[in-house]
Design a protein around this ligand. Structure first.
Ligand code: URP
Ligand code: ZN
Ligand code: ZN
Length: 470
């Protein structure tokens, strides 16, 4: 039976208007007024907003690191995403050896249980002729993005020559390069010196990864994009100076785009100085108040293109189990680094938090408009990553991935509301106004208030095309 979402206010990246949305099967077939109720299932959205499902282009589910594994798998992470209004996620595959197809096959097997639609990016931890030849394999698999690192020396980092060559090859295959920007050499010098001086607490994770390394590396990547004439997308922008570099390059026509994540808008190194500071340890680290402000300003004035999560959760106390879907779960986490900040698993939860936090503290606070909210969290990532207008869009022909958003719903947010499989929430106790009420994935309601109607393997792998440079 067709479904009609009636009387809602549609919010897209460019417009806000009253209209009904008619859904047939997995697709939106009409958007407008005066649809007949006859023979259709009516869902009343009066007084609510109707948004395109969120697209989170940066997650790490089931990611082995630091002798443990990120604590959400592709099912629990997708479920948490859905409760927060996100219906598409893009996860980073680990490149194993020299075998791109083998690495992808492994990620396909892990992600098969995804509760929302999904795609992958390929981490590039080395680059040579053999890898270059396999770039075609990525396109054959419907994957159009790679990630390089200017940090993590000896593990993930490529030197500038390698990055430049990879950019040239990426261009030839219509692939977009994503870049993790920090200065690996500076970090490698500072970390052992800090440890030798007896500095072991969580905040030293931030002090040994200075923001100027992120800033110069962002400009370096933009400069390489220009020299290779190959576009670059800067992930998890954390320093205000990175926004300045992005703006500088974009104003000069460089094909560079940028992403930030909510924690970089709201938290600082001061949070990492708390006794539970390990909760905020991720790479790149939290910065300062002025960085929060500058990054938010970069969203207000459209300098930055997307807001992702870099969701990579760990337990704060992985020795104590939590209850998840009726099962006791415990996964080693941040406690691994209680005596040494270099052993704290790097990463934060956030895939569910992204939309609700930004709604209240971005839109509600008057920093960004509702249309910018939709652009950053759904439409722009869909465009950049080659799934628009299938995703990120409310129009006939698009997938019926929709969120009925209740702007009046008030919540004291925190771990009790969260379906992220971890024992803490960064936004514990935050007062929110505005929250997803119903979430549809390809026409099926998967969240209804606090009820989970989705399922394991309910998500589909998305074959992507070459994206847009926006
Ligand atoms: O600390 C983080 N962000 N872990 C995930 C890996 C990355 O660099 O995005
Ligand atoms: Zn990264
Ligand atoms: Zn990441």
């Amino acid at each position: 039976m067709k479904k009609l979402i009636k009387n809602g206010t549609i919010v897209t990246a460019s417009d806000t208007f009253l209209a009904d949305v008619l859904i047939d099967g997995e697709k939106i077939i009409a958007v407008g007024i005066d649809h007949s109720d006859e023979g259709v299932e009516v869902i009343d959205a009066k007084g609510k907003y109707v948004l395109p499902g969120g697209v989170d282009p940066h997650t790490h589910f089931d990611l082995p690191m630091f002798g443990t594994v990120s604590s959400d798998d592709h099912y629990t992470g997708g479920k948490a995403a859905a409760f927060g209004g996100t219906t598409t996620v893009m996860d980073f595959t680990v490149m194993e050896g020299n075998n791109i197809q083998g690495s992808l096959d492994k990620w396909h097997a892990l992600a098969e249980k995804s509760a929302v639609d999904y795609s992958f990016h390929m981490n590039l931890n080395h680059f040579d002729r053999s890898i270059e030849r396999q770039f075609k394999t990525l396109r054959d698999n419907g994957i159009t993005t790679l990630k390089v690192f200017t940090a993590y020396n000896g593990r993930l980092r490529l030197d500038d020559g390698g990055i430049f060559k990879a950019l040239l090859a990426a261009k030839e295959h219509g692939l977009l390069m994503m870049a993790h920007c920090e200065n690996g050499d500076v970090i490698e010098d500072l970390v052992p010196k800090a440890l030798a001086a007896g500095h072991t607490s969580a905040a030293w994770h931030a002090y040994t990864r200075p923001k100027w390394g992120a800033i110069e590396s962002t400009l370096r990547m933009a400069a390489m994009a220009q020299q290779a004439d190959s576009p670059v997308y800067i992930v998890h922008m954390n320093a205000g100076g990175e926004a300045d570099m992005l703006q500088y390059a974009r104003q000069r026509g460089v094909k560079v785009m940028g992403e930030t994540c909510p924690p970089y808008l709201f938290f600082t190194t001061q949070d990492m100085e708390r006794p539970d500071g390990a909760k905020w340890v991720c790479s790149p680290p939290m910065r300062d108040k002025e960085d929060n402000t500058r990054l938010m300003e970069a969203l207000s004035n459209d300098t930055v293109q997307t807001i992702a999560t870099d969701h990579c959760p760990f337990f704060f106390d992985g020795t104590t189990p939590i209850l998840y879907e009726g099962q006791q779960v415990k996964i080693a986490g941040k406690e691994l680094g209680k005596d040494n900040f270099t052993k704290i698993p790097n990463g934060l939860p956030g895939v569910q938090d992204r939309l609700p936090i930004l709604w209240t503290h971005g839109v509600g606070a008057g920093k960004i408009t509702m249309n910018q909210f939709v652009a950053y969290t759904s439409t722009n990532p869909a465009k950049i990553f080659g799934i628009y207008p299938q995703k990120g869009c409310i129009a006939p022909g698009a997938d019926a991935d929709l969120v009925i958003w209740d702007p009046e719903k008030r919540i004291k947010y925190g771990v009790a509301h969260s379906h992220q499989r971890t024992d803490y929430n960064l936004y514990e106790g935050w007062e929110l106004k505005g929250y997803p009420e119903k979430v549809f994935l390809r026409g099926n309601m998967i969240v209804d208030g606090d009820k989970w109607l989705g399922k394991k393997s309910g998500g589909k792998f998305l074959r992507r095309e070459e994206g847009m440079i926006i």
